[in-house]
Write a protein that binds this ligand. Structure first.
Ligand SMILES: NC(=O)c1ccc[n+]([C@@H]2O[C@H](COP(=O)([O-])OP(=O)(O)OC[C@H]3O[C@@H](n4cnc5c(N)ncnc54)[C@H](O)[C@@H]3O)[C@@H](O)[C@H]2O)c1
Length: 435
């Protein structure tokens, strides 16, 4: 069984590494030459726990990394894992995936194998049958079901635990026609994930499942953030206790109820926008989804309100931002609320210093010399007039009275309530705890 994987980002590189380390012969393709060269040497283009070890293990076995598409001609199955970002107007950008499947179509034209092509990239319902399939059929001069099989296989991994999620997904969804190739696909995944439920459905339902999943997660976050804002006005109340207690109700569940600055990252914001646009296009008023998004967008104003309340005019104040990654254990800053906050504070002429254990380089790519980058927590606080905890990095739990001694004004705004239990000689405000 030879496996081709097209697009070596968080999803594709994790999948390539895990499959190769399990002994499959894998050919990973990325059209970014520098990236594919780096990966082929066992170096990561981004930080993801356990990935480097898994990649190196895969490379020692049967993993080939290249930018040469023709290598996948010999593959029995091909995964498409390229990015599907958003356009400026919020709709889904399909040009990247169109280009990738065009290349795949050309390559499978020459192949004698009856390849199964799994689309893992998140795409709006209808994209496989109306956009991707016609491209592959045209380029390969083959028909779906005769020469190749196109199956939707949405991905649910979370960055920061991509390897774990790739090894042990909570579900495998296969969207397509119920035929022999689908049975082959099912057998492949059953062997790989013997304990995971495998659900077979049609293309469009599988595509929609991913949006249902992410919009539900976004809804949970906006729900708890709205409650957190209410709690902040109830002296003594604590959103974490409330989340913990309601989470014990099995109908609710405890995950994704962490109040904070709002959801960010490479998936939830763009998938929400794409779903909202899609709903409008099919004549549905997505009132709930709109509200979820609005609450998320407003959450940053809650933080600015707190800052203004505590330090007055923001202009020329020295503010430290702790954490720029959209969540801990990643260096991904795509759509990070922390990045948005920095932009807003810079507009108000604040002097910004940041510290993030992993995301400094990616933050530099955005702000260049407009802000200061610290190498340690303690340096970041030197001379600061206000520190804002944005990302729930474990390291920030070390913040104590000795470390904050270096601050010019000891004001801490904790958007993650990491220090809620600490006795700090500081003016301490936590999002979601009423004062
Ligand atoms: N990152 C996540 O947590 C996550 C989770 C679930 C689903 N998804 C979805 O999976 C898809 C991939 O996400 P990602 O975060 O891994 O993306 P990414 O942007 O990190 O990586 C995509 C990779 O594809 C490469 N690429 C682009 N065009 C190519 C082409 N024509 N040929 C070969 N390679 C090409 C890029 O160079 C890049 O390395 C997206 O649709 C995303 O929405 C992502």
């Amino acid at each position: 069984m030879k496996i081709g994987i097209v697009g070596l980002g968080f999803v594709g590189l994790s999948l390539s590494s895990v499959l190769a380390s399990k002994g499959y012969e894998v050919i990973g393709i990325d059209n970014d030459i520098k990236k594919s060269e780096k990966i082929s040497k066992g170096k990561l283009p981004f930080f993801e726990p356990d990935l480097e070890k898994t990649l190196k293990n895969g490379l020692r076995k049967k993993l080939t990394i290249s930018n040469n598409f023709s290598l996948i001609e010999v593959c029995d199955i091909i995964f498409v894992t390229v990015g599907t970002p958003q356009k400026l107007n919020g709709t889904i950008e399909l040009s990247i995936i169109k280009k990738a499947v065009k290349e795949i179509g050309k390559v499978i034209k020459k192949s004698k194998k009856n390849q199964i092509i799994f689309i893992k990239s998140t795409v709006i319902p209808g994209t496989l049958l109306n956009v991707i399939l016609p491209i592959i059929e045209k380029e390969s001069s083959k028909k779906n079901g005769r020469g190749f099989e196109l199956i939707s296989n949405p991905e649910f991994l979370q960055e920061s635990r991509a390897i774990q999620d790739t090894k042990f997904p909570h579900a495998v969804v296969l969207g397509g026609y119920k035929n022999k190739n689908m049975q082959k696909a099912k057998n492949f995944f059953s062997k790989l994930h013997s304990k995971t439920p495998i659900i077979i459905t049609n293309h469009q339902t599988a595509e929609m499942v991913k949006y249902a999943n992410n919009s539900f997660l976004a809804t949970k976050i906006s729900f708890i953030n709205q409650l957190s804002n209410i709690c902040q006005n109830i002296p003594g109340s604590n959103i974490d206790d409330i989340a913990k207690i309601i989470g014990l109700d099995p109908r609710i569940g405890g995950k994704f109820l962490n109040a904070g600055p709002g959801y960010g990252g490479s998936c939830l914001p763009k998938d929400m926008k794409a779903l909202i646009k899609f709903a409008s296009d099919v004549g549905i008023n997505p009132a709930l989804l709109n509200a979820v998004e609005k609450i998320n967008e407003n959450q940053i104003n809650e933080i600015i309100l707190l800052i203004t309340k505590e330090i007055g005019i923001i202009s020329s104040k020295h503010i430290t931002i702790l954490g720029t990654a959209f969540k801990p254990n990643t260096d991904d800053v795509r759509e990070s609320i922390s990045i948005e906050l920095i932009k807003k504070l810079l507009n108000k002429k604040a002097k910004i210093t940041i510290y993030d254990p992993k995301a400094t380089e990616n933050t530099k790519n955005i702000f260049g010399d407009k802000i200061i980058y610290s190498k340690s927590l303690i340096d970041a606080l030197n001379g600061s007039q206000c520190a804002i905890i944005m990302t729930q990095w474990k390291e920030f739990e070390n913040l104590n009275n000795i470390i904050i001694k270096k601050m010019k004004k000891k004001i801490i705004i904790d958007c993650r309530r990491i220090l809620a239990g600490s006795k700090l000689n500081a003016k301490y405000y936590a999002l979601g705890i009423g004062k």
